[in-house]
Design a protein around this ligand. Sequence first.
Ligand code: SF4
Ligand code: SF4
Length: 155
Amino acid sequence: MKNIFDTLLLTEIFQGLGITLKHLFKKKVTYKYPFEDTPIFPRFRGVQYIKTHENGATKCVGCYLCQKVCPSECIHIVTDCGPNGERLIRKYELDLSRCIYCGFCEEACPVDAVHMGRNYHTTDSTRDHYVINMKTLSENYKKELADAQAKGEQL
Ligand code: SF4
Ligand code: SF4
């Protein structure tokens, strides 16, 4: 009997329409990426940056710890001995196409040089562009610093 009334009064159709109407006025849960940035949570780990001193020199001392700890083996460092016995960094490359954004490199760094950034816009059409060097990593730092200062945050 109940089924006959439900059929005659189109109860189920109105129930369905009610659910649709309820969701129509709910807050959006999707974003129009890449036209709209998605929110980033405080512990988000994005593309790395390497801090520099005020004179522009890298804070990295070429200790190889980040390379050693990286589970994806995506960091490649080459160092040399300078005229006064100092360590010179000849090459620092990070392959973002292999990186799993685990943050181990940041944790291992003894001089607070390499950090996980907040940039997640990594799409590119060329595989080679995913290999970033010390210059790019230092530029990333400048961008992250400017962003943080604009928001009144600290890096
Ligand atoms: S985040 Fe993890 S995988 Fe990526 S470079 Fe650092 S240690 Fe390697
Ligand atoms: S752990 Fe830090 S200081 Fe050592 S090579 Fe990596 S970035 Fe440079």
